[in-house]
Design a binder for this molecule. Sequence first.
Ligand SMILES: CC(C)(COP(=O)(O)OP(=O)(O)OC[C@H]1O[C@@H](n2cnc3c(N)ncnc32)[C@H](O)[C@@H]1OP(=O)(O)O)[C@@H](O)C(=O)NCCC(=O)NCCS
Length: 154
Amino acid sequence: MISRATSGEVEFVPMSEGDLDWVVARERELHAFPWTRGNFADSLAAGYSCWLMKAGGQAVGYAVMMLVLDEAHLLDISIDREAQGRGHGAALLGHLRAEARRHGATQFFLEVRPSNAAALSLYRSNGFEHVGRRRDYYPAADGREDAIVMRCAL
Ligand SMILES: CC(C)(COP(=O)(O)OP(=O)(O)OC[C@H]1O[C@@H](n2cnc3c(N)ncnc32)[C@H](O)[C@@H]1OP(=O)(O)O)[C@@H](O)C(=O)NCCC(=O)NCCS
């Protein structure tokens, strides 16, 4: 599946085991509490919607989404630090929304740390609204951090 974006040719490719070295290395750089290789392998084995995003032939990001009946749940979306701030996050989220709709989902949910300004901005400007809060949901350097729950109609 290939689409055009301002930064050149962008491609969304189903993630496979062979991508996991790159994905796990980026995950460790980008997240204070990263998913393990096993988490990604389990997501692939479970048939979750797992994507690699390429721009100009180079991997720039990845995402994992779970589809359950008419709901989509975003589990991970990450853009390589070098490639951030160029609209790739928004393009990847747009691809996930299209995939979710294609599978019959009517609602898209996600959790985000209140401290994650970039992700909050990405989600807000792409139609997600704050619908709840899960207390002490995430591990944090000084204990636990709440999750903001966001929802978007598809
Ligand atoms: C969140 C993330 C995916 C955004 O990717 P990106 O390619 O930089 O996003 P875009 O360039 O499409 O920008 C999307 C919006 O975020 C905003 N943004 C990007 N970086 C930001 C920052 N550091 N602080 C505040 N806002 C920021 C942009 O201004 C843009 O807002 P707008 O749509 O209102 O103009 C990326 O920062 C990332 O991978 N972070 C680490 C992993 C992570 O936290 N993932 C989310 C939780 S799983």
